[in-house]
Design a protein around this ligand. Structure first.
Ligand code: BTN
Length: 321
């Protein structure tokens, strides 16, 4: 019922009286008031006027399907969690229990968020988006790494159309702006020798943080810091669900050629001199592009060396990128 009331308020051009709502939905005015209060308790802003009724000013800033669903057709695929260890771990548990292709897990808070190369990932409740998408592509394991290409394109597209910010991609797994990281992507897979069982693609997007502390400040940025204004997490999460899914589908169904040129056009490292870090070894060269399996191609003194994403990190010569 709460969803129906929200829908009426969301689609109304003006105030809606308690009477109009109660008649349309066949519930008492006391029940309408109870639901309005619950929406306000979750942080929604609803203007109440004795004569004119109620007007929705802002949805609650929570990534529940009830709210995100106003901006995406994918609401039925979304599972919202107030708190979880890691959305990637949760998605893998659900995958083992048979959850379908396209399931999306969003958490407000992760207590054991995971980054690449066994690093942690700190989530900022209320300020970031932590989302994992479960995919069950019918292809061989070597095709899995380039799922990160598709997911990165989806994140870039969601950011562009929701916030108007021209984000770029830093191979293998970052979406960046102004040389700093906006979003990290962690792609994990379960497979046997010749078939993928499932892939979990997890994304952590910095949205409304005002600043970062210490070392993180040198390499991280949020959409709010990039744009100078607070951004709508609910619309962003919906756009991410749609665009990441769309690019991943395109890759799964049509192959790497369907996304490769767009990926290269959005890369921030092609043609740049970069450092590739592997354990305590660093090599320097110019990024000449990527292989269609998702490797980085580095020109080192005229010779090309390929690097797999699982092993290395990339840095700019002077700064993060
Ligand atoms: C990285 O940059 O190292 C990757 C970070 C990935 C973080 C996201 S947040 C949602 C999902 N759940 C996790 O535990 N990690 C990913």
């Amino acid at each position: 019922m709460r969803k129906e009331i929200l829908k009426l308020l969301f689609t109304a051009d003006d105030f809606l009286s308690g009477e109009q709502i109660s008649e349309t939905l066949g519930i008492s005015r006391a029940a309408v008031w109870k639901h309005i209060k619950a929406i306000k308790d979750e942080g929604g802003i609803i203007e109440a006027h004795t004569k004119r009724g109620y007007r929705l000013v802002a949805l609650p800033d929570l990534l529940k399907p009830d709210y995100v669903g106003f901006f995406t057709q994918r609401a039925a695929d979304i599972v919202w969690l107030r708190e979880v260890d890691s959305t990637n771990e949760y998605a893998k548990r659900m995958a083992r229990e048979g959850a379908p292709h396209g399931s999306i897990y969003i958490a407000e808070l992760q207590t054991k968020g995971k980054g690449r190369l066994s690093r942690g990932w700190v989530s900022c409740p209320g300020d970031a988006i932590q989302m994992s998408m479960l995919l069950r592509p019918e292809f061989e394991p070597p095709k899995a790494p380039a799922v990160t290409f598709a997911a990165a394109l989806g994140v870039v597209s969601a950011i562009r159309r929701t916030c108007g910010i021209e984000a770029k991609i830093k191979w293998p797994n970052d979406v960046v702006f102004g040389g700093k990281k906006l979003c990290g992507i962690l792609t994990e897979m379960s497979s046997d020798m010749d078939r993928v069982e499932y892939i979990v693609c997890g994304m952590g997007l910095n949205v409304n943080q005002r600043e970062f502390d210490g070392e993180v400040a040198e390499k991280a940025i949020s959409l709010r810091m990039a744009s100078g204004k607070k951004q709508d997490r609910v619309r962003l999460a919906a756009a991410m669900a749609d665009d990441v899914r769309a690019y991943c589908e395109r890759y799964i169904l049509q192959g790497i050629d369907a996304i490769f040129d767009e990926y290269c056009a959005n890369s921030v490292i092609i043609g740049k001199e970069i450092k590739v870090l592997s354990g305590n070894k660093t090599v320097t060269g110019v990024c000449s592009g990527f292989s269609k399996q998702g490797e980085l191609l580095l020109d080192i003194d005229g010779k090309t060396q390929a690097f797999m994403a699982g092993e290395v990190s990339v840095r700019g010569m002077e700064q993060y990128i």
